[in-house]
Design a protein around this ligand. Structure first.
Ligand code: GDP
Length: 442
């Protein structure tokens, strides 16, 4: 195992606060890599009292000297990447020569966006809750082996030759299957070609670059988007994202061996949230859920949608630890639980026939009817907000973290007690905790 590289994945349904954790750690890495998804991801990173919303560009961009990679397993909308780079530049972040895009990444076209909206609209009450940005249709085209890959950005003539017929097909689908307005293809081509000219210089194979970093002894940070419970295979299918969120996919996406990846840090909130449809056993559809949403500002970065909120689900968390091989956990937003008299944690599920289940079921119809078995723990009376030393945490908060560790089977090595980067502590003396302490404290 390459001890100085690190893999960060979301351990729940996304939005766990990975942005803050990645940003906190990324200054110590030579390279930060995004390997899945597209601009459906949304990280909010705060730096020196400024907020940056990132969707495609790895969070490492905020730190001078970190090189950022978008690997082949991503789907990239050219205009979205250009606008994000422009916005970062206008905010004083240097992006020039610091971003590499895999020539094998799949392109999202304007017609993918239109198809996403039309398909989701046609699902009626069975909506998945997609962000409508064309991610699913682009991955679908990739699997159908008719997708466009990023290398075409360097050749406007071939780009047009490939993009036009595919978009014509999409337009036929829009019209005949959904009765939707077709996309204006000349305007769409104009949009793509303009962005292509800006992106062509970014094209570079990611695997060889990462091997060069490692050969030079430079550590690499892998930044997973979404979360394990949204993984295409291991999440709550079909209410999942259309890519794999697991660490193993990083190797496949970058074209490197799994040994290059390093230990896996799972990021989990001290409670649970999910956006869109699908099973969520510990969901609170009451005033307590509302309190979590308000206190935690649980509204999507990308869509602004209110997130569904509930108690920490230790069954789902342990399942995530197992399927993703999470070595240790960063617990975020502990401060959001300040002021609750009692807290609950789901420790198993009960089926309608009275039997219990201690793992996440494969069948969404089963997942929809299970009831969480909740264990109650005392809340804490003094706040954890902004606490940065483990010994200053209220006793009950420390007990809560120990309870989570016992239930999920791996140590909690990072605790976040506020959105700012300083509001963080490294816990314990495990090898990983020591490595992270070194990284954070420089
Ligand atoms: P990501 O996609 O996993 O990075 O998650 P989001 O960016 O959607 O959500 C994280 C949000 O929570 C951001 O607004 C952060 O500034 C904020 N945040 C992160 N950690 C903490 C924390 O420990 N406490 C509080 N109160 N907010 C936090």
């Amino acid at each position: 195992m390459s001890a100085d590289s690190l893999m960060i994945v979301g351990g729940q349904w996304g939005d766990e606060g990975k942005g803050k954790v990645v940003d906190l750690l990324s200054a110590a890495f030579a390279a930060v890599v995004r390997y899945n998804g597209g601009h459906n991801a949304g990280h909010t990173v705060r730096y020196a009292d400024r907020r940056f919303a990132l969707h495609l560009v790895p969070s490492g961009i905020i730190h001078e000297g970190v090189r950022c990679y978008l690997a082949s397993g991503m789907v990239v909308e050219p205009t979205a990447l250009v606008s994000e780079m422009d916005r970062l530049s206008s905010e004083g972040v240097s992006v020039e020569g610091r971003i590499a895009l895999s020539p094998r990444a799949t392109l999202i076209l304007p017609t993918h966006r239109a198809l996403d909206g039309a398909r989701e609209g046609a699902r009626g009450s069975a909506k998945i809750g997609t962000t409508g940005r064309g991610i699913g249709p682009a991955y679908q085209d990739k699997a159908q082996r008719r997708g466009l890959r990023a290398y075409l950005l360097a050749d406007p003539i071939r780009l047009r030759e490939h993009a036009l017929p595919l978009m014509e097909e999409h337009n036929r689908e829009l019209k005949t299957l959904f009765g939707a307005e077709p996309v204006d293809l000349e305007a769409a081509m104009q949009e793509i070609t303009t962005a292509a000219a800006r992106l062509a210089p970014l094209l570079d194979e990611v695997g060889p670059a990462l091997r060069r970093h490692r050969a030079a002894g430079e550590p690499v940070l892998f930044e997973g988007a979404q979360g394990v419970l949204l993984d295409l295979a291991w999440g709550t299918y079909p209410y999942v994202t259309s890519s794999s969120c697991l660490p193993g996919f990083a190797a496949a996406s970058c074209g490197v061996g799994p040994r290059l990846l390093g230990p896996v840090l799972g990021v989990m909130k001290a409670y649970a949230t999910r956006v869109g449809g699908g099973p969520f056993p510990s969901e609170l559809d009451d005033a307590t859920g509302e309190q979590l949403r308000e206190r935690g500002a649980e509204f999507g970065t990308t869509t602004g949608r209110p997130r569904r909120c509930g108690w920490f689900d230790a069954v789902a968390a342990r399942y995530a630890v197992e399927v993703a091989g999470i070595d240790a956990v960063a617990v975020t937003k502990l401060d959001v639980l300040d002021g609750f008299e009692t807290l609950k944690v789901a420790t198993s599920y009960r089926l309608p026939d009275g039997s219990t289940l201690d793992t996440f079921p494969a069948d969404p119809e089963v997942a929809a009817v299970i009831e969480p078995v909740l264990e109650e723990l005392p809340g804490w009376s003094s706040p954890t907000e902004s606490v940065v030393r483990e010994e200053e945490l209220p006793l009950e908060a420390e007990d809560y973290l120990r309870f989570l560790e016992a239930k999920i089977g791996v140590p909690v090595v990072i605790v976040s007690t506020g959105p700012r980067r300083e509001e963080t502590m490294v816990r314990g003396d495990s090898d990983l905790a020591q490595q992270l302490r070194g990284v954070i404290e420089g």
